[in-house]
Design a protein around this ligand. Structure first.
Ligand SMILES: [Zn+2]
Length: 413
């Protein structure tokens, strides 16, 4: 008998429902299928016995409350995950179950074996000897990112309701859309949510605990040339594509994703178009250190200024937009939220894996709205594609961690 009866059945039910978000959309949520899924969650959360279950109008998040069963003044904990899935086929998801995996065999995803999970290609498979793995059938993604988080949070709430001997404060649950298109957290309603500290349960393998993310900006470069016939071009033509190459060449050569790791930041050219008349460069700028991040943006603008000076006119126009900031800036003012998670992991004999994320999480935005929100593991591997898989045992451990955090928060109040 599984410790959490409904954890895996609920997960399997949810992954079979297509909840791919739509990056082209301007609505909240991005597609009607996310609204339909949210309505289903409302029904399920009410069936568990949670209170104040509602869809928040501003964000389309589903919010629910697990009432406290103690008189102590415990910090209100929030647990957040997203139910939309990434930009990959998500129609007719057909999860496969591999029981008691031996940690070394090649797993066939589709019948013909065109797609496989091979430990030679995905070495993390070796960590799952003895586990039951849930995989795709090779045609779709799985959606463990982040329906594993959804199912774990719900299983933890259900368990706490069934075990009143475990004391806990009020617990808030937030399940949201559109994380994968980067907009879900923009509309998060911290006041309606009502938590004091929170966690996104949206990380990868066992033990991950993340509270440091990039500072992030998007930078667009628009270049205007002067197009004349090449035969009469001397001293007249300004080739926008050439100016674009000069711009790129003036950036630090080794500050690129392919040369950096750990806390090293970068300028990443992710798209370029151009002819003689006009050229367009699109970059993202990333750094964990706020000051170096600001310096990077200044350097970027400086390259444009330099070229404009050289040509004696504004041929290079730069538009830089900040996207999110390193949540560490907020969290290190009060490390309680990190300490609780770390201690919960250790109490459960799970080794905390704490590394700076080379990206952002929903918590990077939510933390700057005043709710400190690091990221906990949810268990998924190889997210965003057909090789995605998750272990049942790891999902159970993620559920254990949520319960343990609630328990520790009460004991320390
Ligand atoms: Zn995710």
């Amino acid at each position: 008998m599984a410790k959490y009866d409904n954890l895996i059945p609920r997960f399997l039910k949810y992954v079979k429902i297509n909840t791919r978000s739509d990056p082209q959309s301007t609505t909240i949520p991005s597609t009607p299928r996310l609204t339909a899924f949210a309505e289903g969650l409302v029904t399920d959360l009410q069936a568990i016995g949670l209170t104040d279950v509602h869809i928040n109008a501003q964000s389309a998040y589903v919010f629910a409350t697990l009432p406290a069963n103690t008189d102590k003044a415990v910090k209100k904990l929030g647990f957040i995950s997203h139910f939309d899935t990434a930009d990959f086929n998500s129609e007719h998801i057909n999860p496969q179950i591999v029981e008691n995996y031996d940690g070394q065999s090649v797993i066939k995803l589709d019948e013909a074996g065109k797609y496989t999970l091979d430990p030679a290609v995905f070495p993390n498979l070796k960590n799952y000897a003895g586990h039951t793995l849930i995989t795709t059938d090779g045609q779709t993604l799985l959606g463990a990112d982040d329906k594993s988080g959804v199912a774990e949070i719900m299983a933890a709430a259900e368990y706490l309701l069934a075990h009143p001997e475990i004391n806990h404060g009020e617990i808030k649950i937030g399940l949201g859309p559109d994380e994968e298109i980067g907009t879900g957290a923009d509309h998060f309603d911290v006041a309606d949510f009502g938590a004091d500290i929170a966690y996104t349960v949206d990380g990868g393998p066992l033990g991950q605990l993340e509270y440091e993310t990039f500072n992030a900006a998007d930078a667009q470069v628009e270049i205007t040339g002067t197009n004349v016939h090449p035969a009469e071009a001397k001293g007249v033509m300004v080739n926008a594509s050439q100016v674009a190459m000069d711009f790129h060449a003036a950036l630090p050569e080794h500050d690129r994703p392919e040369y950096t790791e750990g806390r090293e930041g970068f300028f990443h050219l992710y798209s370029m178009t151009g002819d003689v008349d006009t050229a367009h460069l699109s970059y993202i700028i990333r750094d964990h250190d706020r000051q170096i991040f600001e310096d990077r943006k200044q350097l970027f603008q400086g390259v444009a200024d330099q070229l404009n000076q050289q040509y004696g006119s504004k041929r290079v126009q730069v538009t830089i937009k900040d996207q999110y900031y390193n949540m560490r800036e907020v969290i290190e003012k009060d490390m309680t939220v990190v300490d609780l998670a770390k201690d919960a992991l250790e109490a459960l004999n799970i080794k905390p894996l704490i590394f700076p994320v080379r990206g952002g999480t929903d918590g990077s935005k939510i933390s700057f709205m005043g709710l400190p929100t690091p990221n906990l593991f949810a268990g998924g591997e190889n997210m965003h594609g057909r090789f995605e898989y998750v272990s049942e045992q790891t999902m159970e451990q993620a559920t254990d961690v949520i319960i343990k955090i609630a328990e520790l928060a009460e004991q320390r109040a």
